[in-house]
Design a binder for this molecule. Structure first.
Ligand code: HEM
Length: 418
């Protein structure tokens, strides 16, 4: 049997709770060719260099599918329906034009620059309600009872997606995520059936978004999606195909990542009682604290759609034209060349230029909203939950490798303060 590379080991589900020893090994070869022809970049400096290199495309249409080798079979993704690219899977000039068309509806045009910050009272109300609901309980699940409901409620409101549709799209997203997989386990027996279910779920989710946009075209309603369907900006209106892809991206990205950051933040603080105490004593540390928590356990471990459009020489390796490139943010955020004592949690870390939200043109569109949600959620959890204790460590993890996070975080508590 061929020995697995550190990257293949990091991808294995059995190692989801602690991929860090494999990342440490991986960083010894900053740009590492994998048996399927993918180049995995794991060091901070090299990732930042490539994030700013126009020879790196984010558009999967520019990359041939990975070529399976004798050592590893790559998943056959050729039967996936070809949707129009969302901003995360296209390059300039399309990327910049589409992102410019979306931005005023999210960040607010000049006449309403407080669109996101104005959501804080509502976020606070939701967080308070979730914590109030824990009164009388001695055990909670920090994922189901806390981390999940906040971002999903907020993103539905921002976008104008009916919250009553949540159970349907939640299921589609989970099914899709269960087969969005790379590495050795794509050769497992159950993978083809997971992939088929995933393709179906993506189609159902796409139809749901298209119908919602149709509804808003007939009758305008609240939120960003209706505004994008009905309002012309300086660059006109997005085509329906682009709108559908970007709506799906926003519904998905708007909560999956934030759920994982809230869940991981609770888990990490309960593993570091000194940091928890410090945050309780000095609540103003929540702002740098959330950045450190995101560095420490990154919600997006890597991003898989990039490829080289020309040969690229980097760190003594040539990434050949057409090769897929994975940027491993989760590893870069623990790179000792960039962060002093990277495996230590330091809520007051200076110069914390982590890659949790990436960098460059694809820097996270929703970062201001995510920060506001997580700062309020974790700040209030720390202040109000009495004597929280982890029940199970490590907790069970979700299957997905990119959006890494615990499935449940059971916590015993003594009560909820006012
Ligand atoms: C803690 C929460 C979040 C984390 C850690 C996160 C992380 C990221 C990362 C790493 C990327 C770059 C991916 C790449 O390499 O190309 C990204 C892009 C993006 N994120 Fe987030 N995200 C979060 C929350 C959100 C929210 C709340 C939204 C929506 C409201 C959002 C929408 C997007 C979009 C649309 C992009 C694509 C931007 C572009 O390609 O120009 N994200 N996010």
């Amino acid at each position: 049997m061929v020995e697995e590379t550190p990257w293949q080991q990091a991808l294995r589900y059995a190692n989801r709770a602690d991929p860090y020893p494999f990342y440490e090994e991986l960083r010894k070869t900053p740009v590492a060719r994998q048996p399927d022809g993918t180049y995995v970049v794991s060091t901070y400096r090299e990732i930042v260099t490539l994030l700013h290199d126009p020879r790196v495309s984010s558009d999967p249409r520019k990359a041939p599918a990975p070529v399976p080798t004798e050592e590893e079979g790559a998943a056959d993704r050729t039967d996936e329906p070809q949707a129009e690219p969302s901003i995360i899977t296209c390059d300039p000039p399309e990327h910049d034009r589409d992102r410019r068309m979306m931005t005023p509806h999210f960040a607010g045009p000049p006449d309403s620059p407080d669109l996101i910050s104005g959501l804080e009272p509502e976020i606070r109300r939701i967080v308070d309600g979730l914590l109030d609901d824990m009164r009388g309980k001695t055990r909670i699940d920090a994922v189901d009872d806390f981390a999940y409901p906040l971002p999903v409620t907020v993103i539905c409101k921002v976008l104008g997606v009916p919250l009553e549709d949540e159970p349907r799209f939640h299921q589609w997203i989970q099914t899709a995520l269960d087969a969005w997989e790379y590495g050795p386990e794509t050769a497992s027996e159950d993978f083809p059936s997971r992939l088929a279910a995933s393709n179906q779920a993506v189609q159902d989710f796409g139809r749901f978004a298209a119908e919602l946009l149709d509804r808003y075209a007939r009758q305008p309603g609240p939120g960003m999606l209706s505004a994008m369907v009905n309002e012309d900006g300086p660059e006109g209106r997005m085509s329906r195909g682009l709108l559908t892809s970007n709506a799906l991206l926003l519904i998905f990205a708007g909560h999956e990542t934030t759920v994982n950051l809230i869940a991981h933040s609770v888990l990490t603080l309960l593993r570091h009682p000194d940091a928890l105490q410090k945050l309780r004593r000095r609540p103003e540390l929540i702002v740098p604290g959330v950045e450190e928590l995101l560095r420490f356990e990154s919600s997006v471990q890597f991003w898989p759609t990039r490829s080289a459009v020309e040969d690229i020489d980097i760190a003594g390796t040539t990434i050949p034209k057409g090769a897929p490139i994975f940027l491993a943010y989760g590893s870069a955020n623990r790179d000792p060349e960039q962060f002093t004592d990277p495996d230590e949690l330091d809520l007051e870390r200076r110069d914390n230029r982590h890659l949790g939200f990436s960098q460059g043109i694809h820097f996270c569109f929703g970062a201001p909203l995510a920060r506001l949600e997580v700062q309020n959620a974790i700040g209030e959890f720390v202040r109000r939950v009495e004597n929280p204790r982890l029940v199970e460590d490590p907790p069970p993890y979700r299957r997905n490798q990119i959006f890494r996070g615990p499935r449940h975080v059971l916590v015993d508590i003594d009560g909820i303060r006012d």
